[in-house]
Design a protein. Sequence first.
Length: 383
Amino acid sequence: MAKKRRKRKNGFYYSLLFVLIFIVGFGLTMIYSTSSYTAQINYGNPEYYFKRQLIFDLLGFVCMFFIARFVDYHILKKAAPWIFVISLLMVLAVIPFGRESHGAKRWIYIGPISFQPAELVKISVIIMAAAKMCASGTKIKKLSQIAKIFLGCAVIPAAMLFGITSNLSSAIIVCGIVFVMTFVVYPNYWVHGGIIGIIMAGYIAGRQWLKQAVENGVQFKKFRFTRLLVWVDPEKYIDGKGYQTMQGLYAIGSGGLFGKGLGKSMQKLGFIPESQNDMIFSIICEELGLFGAACVIMLFIIMLWRIIYISQNSPDLFGSLLAVGIFAHIAIQVIVNIAVVTNVFPNTGVTLPFISYGGTASLFLLAELGIVFNISSQIRLER
């Protein structure tokens, strides 16, 4: 009797979807918990930030499912140059049409809606770098080709983000994304290992030098250099630039193992400025403790593991590189945000993906996950 053929089906990864829904739902809960007090004072509505974020999250999910079901990710390869150019033009549009907020001109306002071009640049860099690497063919094994891709897809947009919008954190993330993607395709790992070694040596040497500078009473006029001094010794600058960092550390320390309980944070009551943004992880630690923070980190690890699994099983190189770029984007933002909150890195203003308040960031991150789901739906898996 002939053996029955095994049925095959598309590999839509529901485990990744469930983790994503849980993280976004948890993020909305924490945004309401952290922002209700300040929203009531500033806007007379404790649900102000929660409702705005909910609208963007819902729009993001609609966009994600549309991309996952109806847009073939291979189209992005042909559209890559156009998406890349449009994203850079949007950055240039900040000069005449941007509005200054929080001391920086990074947003374009369309009525009541604000749009940050840096978020579009991140996804366009992922698509463009993946397309360039696929088009390189066997030339990708040459260091000169890797350097050209890094210069065109990372350095130029990063320089524009930093020069025009003063957005150093997004510039670093863009370079980090392309760095990870080139690490995957370039066979000689010693180049990337050497660069990482130089960065680590610079980190250690720079921190030691800054410690001596603080002890000698050195002062910097520029805001960014002052942040470095705060990073090394936040207690010395607690009355100024170090206030937010110290309050965040107080929140983490007071949470203990299991936290004070959801909604019972003290630091969110005006002590940490805009706690629903970059410093939301410190409130998670205060309310849910080390256990809650570890659970959040574990959820991100599961999400990133599923994305990298999809990348490894992608039908082609372009899909694999897209998934790697999205993996790098989420991983870098999670690592940098937690490192900043715990004062391992200087304060850079990086949000925690899917959890921090930020409509544009959530919208584009969910769109990126839509691409990942589209890739996964084209993987043929045996039962």
